[in-house]
Design a protein around this ligand. Structure first.
Ligand code: INI
Length: 157
C-alpha cells in the first residue's frame, strides 16, 4: 500500500497572512470576509492573522513574497478581483497576478494561494464573492489551511 499523507483541516496554531487588493474593493472586501470567516471557523486565532491591503492585484505578488520570506507565516492568502471591462489591461493584470503569486509560493516554500477572481463583469464577480456561486475567499482560506498542513506533514515525516 502506498503511504498517503492525510492532513486535518485544523487551523489551530497556523499563522496566516492575508494580502488583499483595494481595486474593486466592493468585491474584495467580501472575499476578505469569506476568508476570515473560514480561517476562524477552522480554528485560526485572530492574533495569528495579519492583514495587508495593496493598491491592486498586480501588487499582490511582491507583498505575498515578503510575507513568505519573513519566516513568520505558515500560509499566505492573496485576494483580488480583476474584472475585464473594456481594456486589455485586464489580461496583463490577471496574468501577472497569477504568475507572480505562483512564483512567490515556489520561491519561498510557503503555501501562497490564489484568491483572485477573474471575471467578465461585476455581476459575475459579486456572484463569486459571497453571492450565488460561493465565495472564492473562503475557498482560498481552505486551500491555505490544507496546503500549510501538508507542507508541515512532509517536513516532519
Ligand atoms: N487591479 C485589480 O485588482 N483589478 C482590476 O480589474 C484592475 N484593472 O482592471 O485595471 C486592476 N488594475 C490595477 C493594477 O492591479 C495595479 O494596481 C496598477 O496597475 C498599479 O501597478
Amino acid at each position: 500500500m502506498p503511504k498517503e499523507l492525510k492532513v486535518e483541516m485544523s487551523g489551530q496554531g497556523l499563522r496566516v497572512a492575508v494580502v488583499v487588493a483595494r481595486f474593486n474593493e466592493f468585491v474584495t472586501k467580501r472575499l476578505l470576509e469569506g476568508a476570515i470567516e473560514t480561517l476562524t471557523r477552522h480554528g485560526v486565532k485572530d492574533d495569528d492573522i495579519t492583514l495587508a491591503w495593496v493598491p491592486g492585484s498586480f501588487e499582490l505578488p511582491v507583498v505575498a513574497k515578503a510575507f513568505g520570506q519573513s519566516g513568520q507565516y505558515d500560509a499566505v492568502i492573496c485576494l483580488g478581483a480583476v474584472i475585464r471591462g473594456e481594456t486589455d489591461h485586464y489580461e496583463m493584470v490577471a496574468n501577472q497576478a497569477a504568475a507572480g503569486i505562483s512564483a512567490a509560493g515556489r520561491e519561498t516554500g510557503i503555501p501562497t494561494v490564489f484568491g483572485v477572481l477573474t471575471t467578465e463583469n461585476m455581476e459575475q464577480a459579486i456572484n463569486r464573492a459571497g453571492g450565488k456561486s460561493g465565495n472564492l475567499g473562503s475557498n482560498a482560506a481552505s486551500a491555505a489551511i490544507e496546503t500549510a498542513r501538508l507542507v508541515q506533514a512532509i517536513k516532519t515525516a
